[in-house]
Design a protein around this ligand. Structure first.
Ligand code: 5GP
Length: 189
């Protein structure tokens, strides 16, 4: 997706040659038009998969997931990183190690939102070690639903997540793939 590559080149900030900061359009301030273009791309790639719901994780996966859900005409569920007081105990949960925060959280989805016949598209903003996506897939499988595919906005291909998910048999569609960072620039595949 050239539009996204160009945006990363102009607005992205690289930290320690491993982290990409995209707070100006994805992770804090959100560019709705770019989110819609990303949604269009995911909707196109997964249009033949009979998706019934999208599952993402709060908070940065939500905007792109909503755009995709709008175009595929399906609801969007987001896993929570902390259990709110109003959420009962009827939940699916699994432990996920956060790449950026360096801590593990039990992510949570209420059981009522996933059913056995669901065909789920998992979406997230970044793919690094694959912890978040694998955790979401684990929740789908606890519900005995099917993972139809995994849509990633930015894949850091020099980290093991994409390979790990492919080896586990999931279809992974990443809109941009970064093979390395050097001299303050992202090098795309
Ligand atoms: P993983 O679970 O695949 O190790 O890491 C993916 C999660 O960590 C994403 O949900 C994202 O929030 C965060 N993450 C991983 N790498 C980056 C990065 O380079 N930049 C930002 N902004 N978030 C990242």
């Amino acid at each position: 997706m050239d539009l996204l590559k160009r945006r990363i080149m102009t607005d992205g900030l690289i930290i320690d040659n491993s982290l990409l900061k995209v707070d100006s359009f994805l992770n804090q301030q959100i560019d709705p038009e770019l989110m819609m273009k990303i949604g269009e791309e995911f909707a196109l790639r997964f249009k033949d998969e009979q998706i019934t719901k999208i599952l993402t994780i709060e908070s940065s996966g939500i905007a792109v997931s909503v755009m995709t859900g709008l175009l595929l005409h399906v609801p969007v569920i987001f896993a929570r990183k902390k259990k709110p007081k109003v959420t009962g105990d009827d939940v699916y949960t699994t432990k996920v190690h956060s790449y950026t925060k360096g801590e593990s959280n039990n992510i949570i989805v209420s059981k009522q939102f996933l059913i056995k016949d669901d065909n789920i598209l998992i979406i997230d903003d970044f793919l690094a070690n694959g912890e978040a996506a694998a955790g979401l897939a684990n929740i789908v499988e606890q519900a005995e639903a099917r993972v139809a595919g995994i849509g990633i906005v930015i894949e850091k291909s020099f980290q093991p997540g994409a390979q790990k998910l492919a080896t586990a048999g999931y279809r992974v569609e990443s809109l941009v793939r970064i093979k390395s960072f050097s001299n303050g620039q992202a090098n795309f595949l």
